[in-house]
Design a protein around this ligand. Sequence first.
Ligand code: GLC
Ligand code: CA
Length: 501
Amino acid sequence: MNRPAWLKDAVFYEIYPSSFYDSNGDGIGDINGIRQKLPYVKDLGCNALWLNPCFDSPFKDGGYDVRDYKLVAPRYGTNEDLFALFREAHELGIRVLLDLVPGHTSEEHPWFRMSGQAERNEYSDRYVWTDFWIKGTPGHPYIGGETPRNGTYMLNFFKCQPALNYGWAKVTESWQTPLDAPAAKATRDAMADVMRFWLGHGCDGFRVDMANSLVKGDDENKSYTCALWKKLLNELRAEFPQAAWVAEWGWPKQALCLADFDMDFYLDHPGNGYNRLVRSADAYLKGNDPLAFATDYLDQYGASHADGYISFITGNHDTPRISWYLTGDQLKVGYALLFTLPGVPFLYYGDEIGMRYLETLPTKEGGYTRTGSRTPMQWAKGPNLGFSQAAADALYLPVDPAPDAPTAAEQAKDPGSLLHTVKAVLALRHRFPDLQADGSFEVLHAQQGDPLFVYRRGKLTLAVNPSQKAVETGLAGTPLFQIGAFEAGRLGPCSFVMLAE
Ligand code: GLC
Ligand code: CA
């Protein structure tokens, strides 16, 4: 497989910049805060970062409404700060991916302002417009009445996010432009230019937002969007062979095999393998059998592992935190499984200490139910749990008010903590190439009504029992690592074991 070699042993840490560490006391996390915490990331065992969008934005959708793709949002610092973050991260052996939002801009982006003018100009066709003020875009949300232009424009997500035009798979209306229209090409070139800019300054690649929806009217297999990505990525790879791309796609058969991304997230979609592993009412890690997870995963893995990597996530900025679904030892066992599967795993900041999902927080910057997963990182006991020197009411979001809110400093001192488990499992992953992205994978035991899951990675055998009862594994040997009890082949309640040969 022709993917950047560093991905083999990569473990990503996702950072929501507003909430990680505030270096200047204004209550909002920033780039220099991330720089200060790089040793923490390294110590944890993560060697790559994904930063959610850190670009100039009105922040109506947490920065996914970009106003200037080449400018760091002033509240996070300067471009120089970000360049320095790239350099310092590299010195520690940490790669940095930025978040690319190619499908839409903010309604305040100068391209969109120009596009909405009545007179035709260079940007007129750079977004998806109809040709009459009350004619909508069938099957897609649209907005009228906002601009001098006689037409309505298509939305990708919120009202503030007009869809950029990459052309239509099949042109059926006079206002649609074909894939080879000059404006569609200009949009694509503009995104390539954005990527070149950051890659040229030391960034290591991109997480790509809503990567599967660029071409409108695409077929079921997303053939046209896939073809677009394949061409674009391969152009950039010729210039930046070590750069990596992870898709927000959730369908590896398309994202890896056809669109040619290096990685694709196993997203939480109702009933899919990840959902049935971690988050559904009957999830495997809650103590049920692993069949639904294993079936879906093996199907995607089997079809795509020669082409790229599936990325398991502990969670992300769009999902409730994993601690909402799993608790205590279940989390430890869950992480042991997630971090010893093939592909490239992603850990969402704070999940390493089991930060809580703060369900009742009012929405912030378009977060709605996602807001409760975006609260400040909990560094240590004391004011603002060590996140910021600002007054508590000046924080971007409140810190977890619970008296027992977990913190990194306390867990660092406690050998029985979740943080210690995460570090131990990630250290094993770095030590044994068999456990890494490319290591072979085979399911040895997954049966209906049975919580035991046994799998082989190269020469290592791993067994999981997330249930409350002990199970017979039939396995023998001295554990290289274990959570819970493993004695005479019997795996105790909520336990995990890794054996050699
Ligand atoms: C993606 C992002 C999400 C954002 C949306 C629109 O799903 O992860 O946070 O709101 O795209 O850009
Ligand atoms: Ca700050």
